[in-house]
Write a protein that binds this ligand. Sequence first.
Ligand code: NDP
Length: 253
Amino acid sequence: MQTDLNGIHALVTGGGTGIGLAVAQMLADQGCKVTITGRRAEVLDQVSGNGLFGMTMDVRDEASVNDMIENAISQRGPVQICVPNAGIAEGRALHKTDTAFWRDMMATNLDGAFLTIRACLPGMRDTDWGRVIAISSIAGLRGLPGASAYAASKHGLIGMIRSLSEEYMGQPYTFNALCPGYVDTPIVTRNQDAIAARTGMSSDAARQVMVDANRHKRLLDVSEVAAAALWLVGPGSQSINGQSIQISGGQTV
Ligand code: NDP
């Protein structure tokens, strides 16, 4: 049983910003060596250091994921904490959803998590402790009007996590999904602009739509998602497996 995270290699996709960065910094604070990935080198460079190691990687690109994770493993050892977090979120009515939009959503949010977990698992299985914490969404558990593609990708992610927890039952690895409501990150800022442009409402009113969607009527702070991830890597977490943990200010499903 792992009680000390010091020196453990963790990998967080999309770890240069938002939720991923908060989780990565929390893990580094615990003594982990944390590989953070994303497409923008300049974003990773800004936050690298103090236990964070930036690596550019596009989660939609199989060769990029395989090469970069192999490289990270050769430098820092097997990945024992894998956090598939990289994602995009954009609403679009289904009748206006073209195939390219649908494919990009799946390629990033679902294929990206599949490729990431697959590249990390062989090394993790050579160790006696591992954690996979996928960042899904409350939209992975319930329908979200005007966001069928996003919700489908996040539901799919939960299906993969639940299945992996069954596949590895009884072994020292757990697979869980965190399902946040709206969190104050660049995704929400971009959504705010998109909603305002689409509906003609003010930017503040567009933000309020997302605030009101959370049961406690405020945006979450990234630290609240990181706190749940800390619990899942901490002592006593070995029996929490295959769960989809809502972090949304109240029950929504
Ligand atoms: P951010 O936009 O800050 O984070 C998304 C991260 O994913 C960025 O660092 C981005 O880096 C990376 N990314 C996007 N596409 C790719 C790609 N093709 N390859 C590699 N990296 C990629 O927003 P959040 O922190 O909010 O989002 C993180 C996760 O949390 C997402 O999966 C999102 O769906 C989920 N989530 C967010 C909620 C919210 O309200 N904010 C609510 C529920 C879930 P780069 O652009 O440099 O590649």
